[in-house]
Write a protein that binds this ligand. Structure first.
Ligand code: NAD
Length: 253
């Protein structure tokens, strides 16, 4: 169910907005009247979104951004302020899975650092500069995509699991730092959601993760966008530093 005016007058940045969950969340915020900036490292993916999202009520802009670069993260936040005069919502979906089915004794350091740079350092940088824009205005909603792997750990995926555990730590610490303001910082920890990300995971890793979902199916982008949009709406005013589950029953704590 779409809430027509939920984001009217608001400006939202969605990183990783060229694909999967980020694209789905960006689309829904625009459908609900918000102005959306889709940021992604993949320029070709961003170009394709222009056609797909053309007729939505809220305007949609794109900016090629590598969230692991401090200069580019800062530029993205500045872009929102200069082009649209404000920043209300930031959803950080940029992420990579890295190598899978690889135990630590074979896990290459460069691969480990790459996953941490994208998933964790990217989350840190985007949140840091988003807060600099939001604090003076006294309102904001920041959502970071974590993962069930950050809570439970997935074997053969140390880099990804560690990066997402780090994101959970970031959410908990920063949520408390700004709890006295009207800015909230929350996380979302999905199990498996049907997106292009899964094509980078091995069959073994996919089977491990799917078999642990009691509902016996993957989540959808629409289901993810539904909870994400509530978390970043004005209505979600008493949740901060929280990590929400979205796991078809896998997470019970
Ligand atoms: P996806 O691959 O469809 O989208 C991720 C996007 O991030 C891609 O468009 C990619 O180009 C972009 N990206 C990668 N590195 C980037 C960088 N350095 N800077 C900017 N953009 C970058 O994947 P998705 O499933 O939509 O994942 C979105 C988020 O949700 C990720 O953080 C992922 O870890 C998390 N997540 C996904 C699942 C799942 O099952 N799909 C489960 C748990 C968590």
């Amino acid at each position: 169910m779409i809430f027509e005016n939920r984001f009217r007058g608001q400006v939202a940045i969605v990183t990783g907005g060229g694909s999967g969950i980020g694209l789905g969340i960006g689309k829904r915020i625009a459908q609900e009247g918000g102005t959306v900036i889709l940021a992604d490292i993949n320029e070709r993916a961003l170009a394709k979104t222009q056609g797909a999202l053309g007729d939505l009520p809220g305007p949609v802009a794109t900016l090629r951004t590598d969230v692991s670069s401090e200069a580019e993260a800062r530029r993205l936040i500045r872009f929102a302020e200069e082009q649209f005069g404000r920043l209300d919502v930031v959803v950080n979906c940029a992420g990579i899975v890295g190598v899978t089915a690889t135990n630590i004794d074979e896990y290459d350091l460069a691969s480990f650092c790459k996953v941490l740079d994208t998933n964790l350092i990217g989350s840190f940088l985007i949140t840091k500069y988003a807060l600099r824009a939001m604090l003076p205005r006294g309102y904001g909603r920041i959502l970071l995509l974590a993962s069930i792997s950050g809570k439970e750990g997935n074997p053969g995926m140390a880099g990804y699991s560690v990066s997402k555990a780090g994101v959970i730590g970031l959410v908990k610490a920063i949520g408390k730092e700004v709890a006295h303001t009207k800015i909230t910082v929350n996380g979302l920890a999905p199990a498996l959601v049907d997106t292009p990300l899964l094509s980078d995971a091995s069959d073994e890793a996919l089977a491990y993760m799917t078999n642990r979902i009691p509902m016996g199916r993957l989540g959808t982008v629409e289901e993810t966008a539904a909870i994400a949009c509530w978390i970043v709406s004005g209505e979600a005013s008493f949740n901060t530093g929280a990590v929400f589950d979205l796991s078809g029953g896998r997470a019970t704590y």
